[in-house]
Design a protein around this ligand. Structure first.
Ligand SMILES: Nc1nc2c(c(=O)[nH]1)N[C@H]1C(S)=C(S)[C@@H](COP(=O)(O)O)O[C@H]1N2
Ligand SMILES: [Mo]
Length: 256
Protein backbone atom coordinates (compact mmCIF):
# COMPACT_ATOMS: atom_id res chain seq x y z
CA UNK A 1 0.00 0.00 0.00
CA UNK A 2 2.76 2.35 0.95
CA UNK A 3 4.60 1.48 -2.24
CA UNK A 4 1.50 2.19 -4.30
CA UNK A 5 1.24 5.60 -2.77
CA UNK A 6 4.85 6.40 -3.47
CA UNK A 7 4.50 5.17 -7.03
CA UNK A 8 1.35 7.24 -7.49
CA UNK A 9 2.97 10.41 -6.32
CA UNK A 10 6.04 9.69 -8.37
CA UNK A 11 3.80 9.26 -11.40
CA UNK A 12 2.24 12.62 -10.70
CA UNK A 13 5.65 14.15 -10.42
CA UNK A 14 6.81 12.50 -13.62
CA UNK A 15 3.72 13.56 -15.53
CA UNK A 16 4.20 17.10 -14.27
CA UNK A 17 7.82 17.11 -15.30
CA UNK A 18 7.03 15.60 -18.65
CA UNK A 19 4.43 18.16 -19.55
CA UNK A 20 6.65 20.94 -18.26
CA UNK A 21 9.78 19.89 -20.05
CA UNK A 22 8.50 17.51 -22.71
CA UNK A 23 11.17 15.07 -21.60
CA UNK A 24 9.36 11.77 -21.86
CA UNK A 25 9.03 9.78 -25.06
CA UNK A 26 5.47 10.06 -26.28
CA UNK A 27 3.78 6.70 -25.92
CA UNK A 28 6.55 5.40 -23.68
CA UNK A 29 5.09 5.97 -20.27
CA UNK A 30 6.58 2.87 -18.67
CA UNK A 31 8.63 4.78 -16.17
CA UNK A 32 9.37 1.75 -13.99
CA UNK A 33 12.05 -0.69 -15.07
CA UNK A 34 10.71 -4.24 -15.54
CA UNK A 35 12.83 -5.40 -12.61
CA UNK A 36 10.93 -3.03 -10.26
CA UNK A 37 9.81 -4.78 -7.06
CA UNK A 38 12.95 -6.88 -6.70
CA UNK A 39 14.76 -5.50 -3.69
CA UNK A 40 18.13 -6.52 -5.11
CA UNK A 41 17.46 -4.51 -8.23
CA UNK A 42 16.85 -1.12 -6.63
CA UNK A 43 19.73 0.33 -8.65
CA UNK A 44 17.82 -0.32 -11.87
CA UNK A 45 15.00 1.94 -10.69
CA UNK A 46 17.35 4.80 -10.01
CA UNK A 47 19.35 4.60 -13.23
CA UNK A 48 16.34 3.87 -15.43
CA UNK A 49 14.15 6.63 -14.06
CA UNK A 50 16.82 9.27 -13.90
CA UNK A 51 18.00 8.53 -17.42
CA UNK A 52 14.53 8.40 -18.89
CA UNK A 53 13.62 11.67 -17.18
CA UNK A 54 16.76 13.67 -17.65
CA UNK A 55 17.88 12.69 -21.11
CA UNK A 56 15.88 13.81 -24.10
CA UNK A 57 14.43 10.70 -25.75
CA UNK A 58 16.58 11.14 -28.83
CA UNK A 59 19.82 11.88 -27.01
CA UNK A 60 22.75 10.29 -28.80
CA UNK A 61 25.83 8.69 -27.34
CA UNK A 62 28.95 10.65 -28.24
CA UNK A 63 30.47 9.80 -31.60
CA UNK A 64 34.19 10.13 -32.19
CA UNK A 65 36.57 10.81 -35.06
CA UNK A 66 38.60 8.18 -36.93
CA UNK A 67 41.77 9.28 -35.16
CA UNK A 68 40.19 8.41 -31.78
CA UNK A 69 39.85 4.71 -32.64
CA UNK A 70 41.80 2.62 -30.14
CA UNK A 71 42.62 -1.02 -29.81
CA UNK A 72 39.72 -2.88 -28.24
CA UNK A 73 40.22 -6.17 -26.43
CA UNK A 74 37.90 -9.03 -27.25
CA UNK A 75 36.28 -9.98 -23.97
CA UNK A 76 33.86 -12.58 -22.66
CA UNK A 77 33.31 -15.38 -25.12
CA UNK A 78 35.55 -14.81 -28.13
CA UNK A 79 34.56 -17.91 -30.08
CA UNK A 80 31.34 -19.85 -29.46
CA UNK A 81 32.95 -22.97 -30.98
CA UNK A 82 35.68 -23.08 -28.31
CA UNK A 83 34.73 -25.60 -25.63
CA UNK A 84 37.02 -23.92 -23.09
CA UNK A 85 34.99 -20.73 -23.04
CA UNK A 86 32.80 -20.07 -20.03
CA UNK A 87 29.54 -19.71 -21.96
CA UNK A 88 30.24 -22.55 -24.42
CA UNK A 89 27.17 -24.42 -25.65
CA UNK A 90 28.01 -27.71 -27.38
CA UNK A 91 25.13 -27.81 -29.87
CA UNK A 92 25.16 -24.16 -30.84
CA UNK A 93 28.96 -24.09 -30.74
CA UNK A 94 29.08 -26.87 -33.34
CA UNK A 95 26.53 -25.06 -35.51
CA UNK A 96 28.59 -21.90 -35.23
CA UNK A 97 31.78 -23.69 -36.28
CA UNK A 98 30.00 -25.06 -39.34
CA UNK A 99 28.62 -21.64 -40.32
CA UNK A 100 31.98 -19.94 -39.78
CA UNK A 101 33.74 -22.51 -41.96
CA UNK A 102 31.31 -21.57 -44.74
CA UNK A 103 32.05 -17.87 -44.39
CA UNK A 104 28.63 -17.41 -42.73
CA UNK A 105 26.91 -17.77 -46.12
CA UNK A 106 24.37 -20.09 -44.47
CA UNK A 107 23.97 -18.01 -41.32
CA UNK A 108 20.44 -16.71 -40.80
CA UNK A 109 19.19 -14.33 -38.13
CA UNK A 110 15.75 -15.32 -36.97
CA UNK A 111 13.24 -12.65 -35.92
CA UNK A 112 10.32 -14.00 -33.93
CA UNK A 113 7.64 -13.10 -31.43
CA UNK A 114 5.40 -10.04 -31.59
CA UNK A 115 6.02 -9.32 -35.25
CA UNK A 116 3.56 -9.64 -38.14
CA UNK A 117 6.18 -11.24 -40.41
CA UNK A 118 8.49 -13.55 -38.46
CA UNK A 119 11.34 -14.76 -40.61
CA UNK A 120 15.04 -15.08 -41.17
CA UNK A 121 17.63 -12.70 -42.58
CA UNK A 122 20.94 -13.58 -44.20
CA UNK A 123 23.97 -11.34 -43.90
CA UNK A 124 23.26 -10.07 -47.42
CA UNK A 125 19.65 -9.33 -46.46
CA UNK A 126 20.86 -7.20 -43.55
CA UNK A 127 23.43 -5.47 -45.76
CA UNK A 128 20.69 -4.49 -48.20
CA UNK A 129 19.15 -2.14 -45.64
CA UNK A 130 20.62 1.38 -45.47
CA UNK A 131 23.70 1.16 -43.28
CA UNK A 132 24.85 3.25 -40.35
CA UNK A 133 28.46 3.74 -39.31
CA UNK A 134 29.31 5.13 -35.88
CA UNK A 135 32.53 5.56 -33.93
CA UNK A 136 31.63 5.05 -30.29
CA UNK A 137 33.13 4.19 -26.94
CA UNK A 138 32.53 0.72 -25.61
CA UNK A 139 32.43 0.68 -21.81
CA UNK A 140 32.77 -2.69 -20.13
CA UNK A 141 31.38 -3.28 -16.65
CA UNK A 142 34.83 -4.56 -15.70
CA UNK A 143 36.24 -1.06 -15.91
CA UNK A 144 37.87 -0.61 -19.31
CA UNK A 145 36.69 1.27 -22.35
CA UNK A 146 37.76 1.49 -25.99
CA UNK A 147 36.71 3.29 -29.13
CA UNK A 148 35.83 1.51 -32.35
CA UNK A 149 33.92 2.09 -35.56
CA UNK A 150 30.84 -0.04 -36.09
CA UNK A 151 28.83 -0.49 -39.27
CA UNK A 152 25.46 -2.15 -39.48
CA UNK A 153 21.74 -1.73 -39.87
CA UNK A 154 19.62 0.14 -37.36
CA UNK A 155 17.62 -2.40 -35.38
CA UNK A 156 14.59 -0.17 -35.89
CA UNK A 157 14.68 -0.79 -39.64
CA UNK A 158 14.70 -4.55 -39.20
CA UNK A 159 11.91 -4.43 -36.62
CA UNK A 160 9.84 -2.31 -38.99
CA UNK A 161 10.50 -4.73 -41.87
CA UNK A 162 9.39 -7.61 -39.65
CA UNK A 163 6.22 -5.70 -38.78
CA UNK A 164 6.69 -5.12 -35.06
CA UNK A 165 3.27 -5.24 -33.40
CA UNK A 166 1.95 -2.35 -31.28
CA UNK A 167 2.02 -4.61 -28.21
CA UNK A 168 5.78 -5.12 -28.52
CA UNK A 169 7.68 -3.84 -25.49
CA UNK A 170 10.97 -5.70 -25.28
CA UNK A 171 13.50 -7.17 -27.71
CA UNK A 172 15.58 -10.14 -26.59
CA UNK A 173 18.76 -11.30 -28.27
CA UNK A 174 20.08 -14.87 -28.21
CA UNK A 175 23.67 -15.75 -29.11
CA UNK A 176 25.49 -18.89 -30.24
CA UNK A 177 27.11 -19.15 -26.82
CA UNK A 178 25.03 -19.38 -23.64
CA UNK A 179 24.33 -15.67 -23.61
CA UNK A 180 21.13 -13.70 -24.06
CA UNK A 181 20.04 -10.22 -23.09
CA UNK A 182 17.20 -7.83 -23.71
CA UNK A 183 16.37 -4.15 -24.07
CA UNK A 184 13.14 -2.20 -24.04
CA UNK A 185 11.60 -0.46 -27.05
CA UNK A 186 13.11 2.87 -26.07
CA UNK A 187 16.62 1.49 -26.60
CA UNK A 188 15.58 -0.84 -29.43
CA UNK A 189 14.33 2.07 -31.54
CA UNK A 190 17.28 4.31 -30.63
CA UNK A 191 19.05 5.51 -33.81
CA UNK A 192 22.44 4.21 -32.61
CA UNK A 193 21.18 0.74 -31.71
CA UNK A 194 22.46 -1.30 -34.62
CA UNK A 195 23.01 -4.86 -35.74
CA UNK A 196 26.69 -4.49 -36.62
CA UNK A 197 28.36 -6.58 -39.32
CA UNK A 198 31.40 -4.32 -39.77
CA UNK A 199 34.12 -3.08 -37.45
CA UNK A 200 36.83 -0.51 -38.21
CA UNK A 201 36.09 -0.75 -41.93
CA UNK A 202 36.27 -4.54 -42.17
CA UNK A 203 33.87 -7.38 -41.62
CA UNK A 204 33.21 -8.09 -37.98
CA UNK A 205 35.92 -10.49 -36.73
CA UNK A 206 34.98 -13.66 -34.84
CA UNK A 207 36.33 -12.51 -31.43
CA UNK A 208 34.17 -9.38 -31.63
CA UNK A 209 30.97 -11.24 -32.49
CA UNK A 210 30.90 -12.37 -36.14
CA UNK A 211 28.91 -12.39 -38.25
CA UNK A 212 26.56 -9.91 -36.52
CA UNK A 213 26.45 -8.40 -33.05
CA UNK A 214 24.24 -5.92 -31.31
CA UNK A 215 25.53 -2.45 -30.44
CA UNK A 216 23.59 -0.68 -27.69
CA UNK A 217 25.48 2.56 -27.25
CA UNK A 218 23.22 3.75 -24.42
CA UNK A 219 24.21 0.94 -22.05
CA UNK A 220 27.27 -0.89 -20.71
CA UNK A 221 29.23 -3.39 -22.79
CA UNK A 222 27.53 -6.63 -21.87
CA UNK A 223 24.22 -5.52 -23.41
CA UNK A 224 25.93 -5.55 -26.83
CA UNK A 225 25.36 -9.25 -27.47
CA UNK A 226 27.83 -10.85 -29.88
CA UNK A 227 27.32 -13.86 -32.23
CA UNK A 228 23.62 -13.23 -32.77
CA UNK A 229 21.39 -16.15 -33.69
CA UNK A 230 17.87 -15.15 -32.74
CA UNK A 231 15.88 -12.01 -31.92
CA UNK A 232 12.60 -12.37 -30.06
CA UNK A 233 10.19 -9.45 -29.70
CA UNK A 234 7.95 -9.75 -26.63
CA UNK A 235 5.20 -7.88 -24.86
CA UNK A 236 6.31 -9.15 -21.45
CA UNK A 237 9.55 -8.85 -19.58
CA UNK A 238 11.65 -12.02 -19.57
CA UNK A 239 14.82 -12.12 -17.46
CA UNK A 240 16.10 -14.91 -19.75
CA UNK A 241 16.97 -17.18 -16.83
CA UNK A 242 20.53 -18.39 -16.65
CA UNK A 243 21.35 -17.01 -20.08
CA UNK A 244 20.52 -13.48 -18.95
CA UNK A 245 22.36 -10.92 -16.83
CA UNK A 246 20.23 -11.10 -13.67
CA UNK A 247 21.07 -14.65 -12.62
CA UNK A 248 24.72 -13.84 -13.18
CA UNK A 249 24.49 -10.95 -10.72
CA UNK A 250 24.35 -8.10 -13.21
CA UNK A 251 21.69 -5.44 -13.60
CA UNK A 252 19.19 -5.62 -16.43
CA UNK A 253 19.38 -1.89 -17.08
CA UNK A 254 22.86 -0.38 -17.20
CA UNK A 255 22.47 3.02 -18.84
CA UNK A 256 25.53 5.15 -19.44
N1 LIG B 1 27.44 -13.59 -27.02
C1 LIG B 1 28.21 -12.85 -26.19
N2 LIG B 1 28.11 -11.51 -26.25
C2 LIG B 1 28.87 -10.74 -25.44
C3 LIG B 1 29.74 -11.31 -24.49
C4 LIG B 1 29.82 -12.74 -24.45
O1 LIG B 1 30.57 -13.35 -23.67
N3 LIG B 1 29.03 -13.47 -25.32
N4 LIG B 1 30.47 -10.50 -23.64
C5 LIG B 1 29.95 -9.14 -23.43
C6 LIG B 1 30.87 -8.24 -22.74
S1 LIG B 1 30.98 -8.40 -21.05
C7 LIG B 1 31.52 -7.25 -23.39
S2 LIG B 1 32.47 -6.10 -22.55
C8 LIG B 1 31.49 -7.15 -24.85
C9 LIG B 1 32.89 -7.25 -25.40
O2 LIG B 1 32.90 -6.98 -26.75
P1 LIG B 1 34.25 -7.16 -27.55
O3 LIG B 1 34.70 -8.59 -27.40
O4 LIG B 1 33.97 -6.77 -28.94
O5 LIG B 1 35.26 -6.24 -26.87
O6 LIG B 1 30.70 -8.14 -25.46
C10 LIG B 1 29.54 -8.49 -24.74
N5 LIG B 1 28.76 -9.39 -25.55
MO1 LIG C 1 32.01 -6.48 -20.42
Amino acid sequence: MKTEKIVASRRTLITGLASAGGLLLAGCSKELPPTYGNILRMGDLLTYQSQRLLLPSNSLAKEYARRDISSIPAIGNTNPADSHQQTYNAARGATYEHLRAGGFADWRLSIEGRVARPGTYSLTDLQRFPSRTQITKHTCEEGWSAIAEWTGVQLRRVLEAAGMLPSARFVNFYAFDDTADGIDMHDALHPQTILAYGMNGRELPVPHGAPVRLRVETQLGYKSVKFLQRIVVTNEFDDLGKLGPLQNGWSWYVGI
